[in-house]
Ligand binder design. Structure first.
Ligand code: SAM
Length: 480
């Protein structure tokens, strides 16, 4: 079905390549039906045929924009519809959302083009839709342009409903956040979900200093600035293809959010130590750890997924991280795996890792803005599922930490089930492990994000960082 859209562009000249909007429509429909990650669907559908870079950028903005703003778009369309949007064919829903997004958020697109192009796509797909829906698409979108702009609902008496419409965050999640943190902080968290993240890089100081790298960027006409909290980050003022940034092939940087850049600092690995990175792929934090160790010592980089570990290897090669021992394994079998592989991995003996990073698989609530397609796939049961897995992984990891050693547990989610509840239970079961404040390991600019319990939590921050959580634990000397 989707293939036919791609090969039957909405034009009277079949030899023309599909328009950017037709490509956006194909991605939106395929993603909706398959549930596959949006970036994978874009690559799968768009890399098959040559695509002009401007078309690609336009289609990308449209696809991500529609999904990022979906609840808001649907609410804006509502007054112009005779029946609820979900009762229309999926393709018609998407065409209306695409038109609405261009009308509301893409200033450079004339309103007439926003309307007409959706209408044309409806006509072009008449056979597939079983009838001509272009009249309805035309009537609805034109009606929206004529109606006065609908003011957002006030936050009271229904803050969750109002936040959901304003920031396009699922209502159950808004309600959860309002209950957890109050309306003001919930609004900040929702606002983050609806923003387009900036392109943030971590400078590979094995190869170049941050100031020198910034100079290289400026020399290449790329506006950029230092990150506020991370001492090793750079934020580009405008997004661009990563491979076109000077120094990519030479491994001068790694694309990584500012909050993620703080996690290896909290572990504070030292040269010549043995480190275990339990959930390591694709290697953002592994390569940072190697840099902090001046490439001396050893990092066992474990991940359950071989394909992701392959990406880690490529990243290590590009960035010149030479002390990595990649290991495909399930962290829940860690003790066994480490004993079996101790000789191959050249670990002196099992149970002697000096430091361990558990960057646990999680719900990803802190990075929802990067994956707007995932918003509809989340639910509250997911927190419980992750909690169980996280506890298992943490339990196994701690068993191979040497007495006196340090373990950092981190997640790109700040949901209580995946963070404090995991740690509280762990500490309850392990009197040989104590919590340490993360403060000594971070610059003062990070202190506003240190919780009362001494952990890191960047949820709803105003600096544009992802929502990360991290806690530092130490195994007491003399314990076995
Ligand atoms: C948050 S990501 C890690 C990101 C990585 N630390 C970085 O900075 O690039 C979590 C990783 O855990 C891995 N994973 C999930 N379940 C696992 C398990 N049971 N054992 C080992 N790795 C697992 C996933 O494949 C994923 O790569």
């Amino acid at each position: 079905m989707i293939g036919r859209i791609m090969s039957s562009p909405p034009t009277s000249k079949p030899s023309l390549p599909p328009s950017a909007r037709a490509r956006a429509l194909a991605v939106l429909l395929t993603q909706h039906k398959s549930g596959d990650p949006l970036d994978e669907v874009c690559t799968r559908l768009w890399d098959r045929q040559a695509m002009d870079s401007r078309d690609r950028a336009f289609a990308m903005e449209l696809v991500y924009g529609v999904l990022r703003r979906q609840e808001t778009l649907d609410w804006r369309l509502e007054p112009a519809l005779k029946k609820p949007l979900p009762r229309l064919p999926l393709m018609v829903q998407m065409l209306l959302r695409m038109g609405m997004y261009q009308l509301a958020y893409m200033d450079r697109v004339p309103a007439s083009a926003a309307v007409n192009e959706s209408v044309n796509l409806a006509k072009a797909n008449k056979a597939q839709l079983g009838r001509d829906w272009s009249g309805l698409v035309n009537a609805v979108l034109r009606s929206v342009t004529r109606l006065p702009e609908r003011p957002f609902p006030e936050l009271q008496p229904d803050p969750a409903g109002a936040l959901s419409i304003r920031y396009a965050v699922p209502q159950w999640l808004c309600a959860r956040w309002v209950e957890q943190m109050g309306v003001e902080r919930a609004e900040a968290a929702c606002q983050t979900v609806s923003t387009v993240p900036a392109l943030t890089l971590r400078v590979n100081r094995q190869r170049v200093g941050r100031d020198a790298f910034l100079e290289q960027l400026v020399g290449a006409g790329i506006a950029a600035r230092q990150t506020t909290v991370s001492p090793v980050g750079v934020i580009l003022e405008e997004g661009r293809a990563v491979t076109t940034i000077p120094g990519f092939q030479d491994g001068l940087f790694y694309v990584e959010d500012e909050a993620a850049q703080l996690i290896p600092l909290i572990l504070d690995p030292q040269p010549d130590e043995h480190i275990l990175d339990v959930c390591a792929a694709p290697g953002g934090k592994t390569t940072h750890l190697a840099e902090l160790m001046s490439n001396r010592g050893q990092i066992v980089a474990m991940d359950r997924h071989a394909a992701r570990l392959q990406v880690l290897k490529e990243n290590c090669q590009r960035l010149g991280a030479t002390i990595i021992a990649p290991l495909v394994a399930d962290a829940r079998e860690l003790g066994m795996v480490v004993s079996r592989q101790a000789t191959d991995l050249q670990i002196p003996s099992p149970g002697v890792f000096d430091r361990i990073l558990v960057d646990a698989p999680c719900s990803g609530m802190g990075v929802l803005r990067r994956h707007p397609d995932a918003k509809g796939q989340k639910d509250t049961e997911m927190f419980v599922r992750h909690h169980t897995l996280q506890r298992e992984i943490l339990e196994r990891a701690s068993s191979v930490l040497r007495p006196g050693g340090v373990l950092v547990y981190s997640t790109c989610s700040t949901e209580p089930e995946e963070t404090e509840a995991v740690i509280a239970r762990f500490c309850q079961d392990h009197s040989d492990c104590v919590r340490e404040s993360i403060m000594p390991w971070l610059p003062a600019s990070a202190f506003p994000f240190v919780t009362e319990q001494g952990a890191l939590s960047t949820m709803g921050n105003a600096l544009g960082m992802d929502g990360f959580y991290a806690v530092r634990l130490r195994k007491i000397q003399g314990s076995l």
